[in-house]
Design a binder for this molecule. Structure first.
Ligand code: TXA
Ligand code: MG
Length: 352
């Protein structure tokens, strides 16, 4: 039976953290909130425990895990070399939604890094995650706590829905505050490479680095094997309108009208508040991302919105991107990966 312990997100009960830390030290699986999404944790130095993560998620062995630490000082336990730039980034952004790829230490079992010579390291900013890491006293390997290929979980209920009995203990601290996964930067390349846009905006990183990041192109899948084209998929097809705002809004609405009124389909839409009324008038089920200018709210509601539309039994989900600045880049990335179809404007109509 999965044990669920409800804890306060700011001041979690030390007894609950101690219990969860003990489960981890004994080779068990603990799902816990981070500031981005819920993670499925195991002792990173215990290959049998790590194997249970892959089994629980149905995750292929070639997709490496992120190792979570309580402090930057612990990085030397899992990374062979911690370059000065890592310390500069952590001085500004740790704890927080940033994952750094570094050369791997031999103590880290190959299963964690999928046999790669590098290891992904993150110091999460959520008080429950930090408390758990301190209580466990070991580095914790943790992917997002969803079934492989499904939308990442932002609540404990999402974890139960996907993984249920495969997890020994879940720390439930309510919805996660950021809602999209950490930003992953590979520091083994020069200049550093942005492998996955996420909760820490690229602009903030580049301000500290003092130069642009290289953005991982089509070859990125070899370096971040989890970054498969379809990776964050809802269980119903998602059509994404990816282009200038005015075009995307109008095309989304016209398509919704055609599918809902013309074809009698049950249509869902994941859209900003500004779009909601016009779509509801067509009978469309709307998941509201909040005011269009508020990207933080949109990120926080993104994955729960997708899951909510799935649960509502819609036959198709329509969504649009919200630009590429700040959290817009991570939102666009996740929507593109979730999309069964990406619709773009004809040439000549691009631009903001
Ligand atoms: O916000 C997050 O990062 C969440 C929370 C739980 O910390 N974790 C998360 O883990 O999103 P996961 O496993 O769902 O995604 C980790 C990504 C995968 O795309 C994986 O391929 C990549 O990190 N990754 C892990 N180790 C890597 C490495 N050594 N080199 C390149 N990419 C790596
Ligand atoms: Mg994941």
């Amino acid at each position: 039976m999965t044990q669920v312990l409800t804890v306060d997100p700011q001041t979690p009960d030390p007894a609950a953290l101690a219990r969860a830390g003990q489960v981890l030290r004994r080779g068990g699986l603990v799902a816990f909130p981070t500031e981005t999404v819920y993670g499925l944790g195991a002792n990173a130095l215990d290959p049998a425990a790590v194997a249970r993560i892959f089994a629980a998620k149905g995750r292929p062995a070639h997709d490496p895990l992120i190792v979570h630490l309580a402090e930057p000082d612990q990085a030397a336990q899992v990374a062979d070399q911690v370059p000065p730039i890592a310390h500069r980034l952590w001085a500004r952004f740790a704890p927080g939604p940033l994952t750094l790829v570094l050369p791997k230490h031999p103590a880290v079992p190959p299963a964690v890094t999928a046999g790669k010579p590098t290891v992904a390291v993150r110091i999460p900013g959520h008080p429950v995650a930090l408390g758990l890491l301190r209580a466990a006293g070991v580095p914790v390997a943790a992917p997002s706590a969803n079934k492989f290929g499904h939308t990442s979980p932002t609540t404990a209920q999402h974890v139960l829905d996907d993984l249920g009995a495969a997890v020994d203990l879940i720390l439930d601290a309510g919805p996660t505050p950021i809602g999209v996964e950490s930003t992953i930067v590979d520091l083994t390349t020069d200049p550093p490479t942005l492998l996955r846009p996420g909760g820490l905006p690229r602009e903030a990183l580049e301000a500290v680095l003092g130069r642009p990041l290289v953005v991982a192109g089509p070859g990125a899948e070899a370096r971040a094997p989890g970054m498969l084209p379809r990776h964050y998929a809802p269980r119903v097809p998602l059509w994404l309108f990816d282009g200038p705002r005015a075009w995307a809004r109008e095309m989304l609405w016209q398509t919704a009208a055609q599918l809902a009124r013309g074809q009698g389909l049950r249509v869902g839409a994941l859209v900003p508040t500004e779009d909601a009324a016009r779509l509801r008038a067509l009978g469309v089920q709307v998941a509201d991302l909040g005011p269009e200018a508020d990207l933080e709210t949109a990120a926080r509601r993104l994955f729960a919105g997708l899951r909510g539309l799935e649960a509502a039994g819609v036959e198709v989900i329509l969504a649009r991107t919200l630009g590429e600045a700040h959290l817009g880049l991570a939102i666009a990335d996740r929507l593109r990966r979730a999309a069964a179809q990406v619709l773009r404007p004809p040439h000549g109509q691009r631009g903001p």
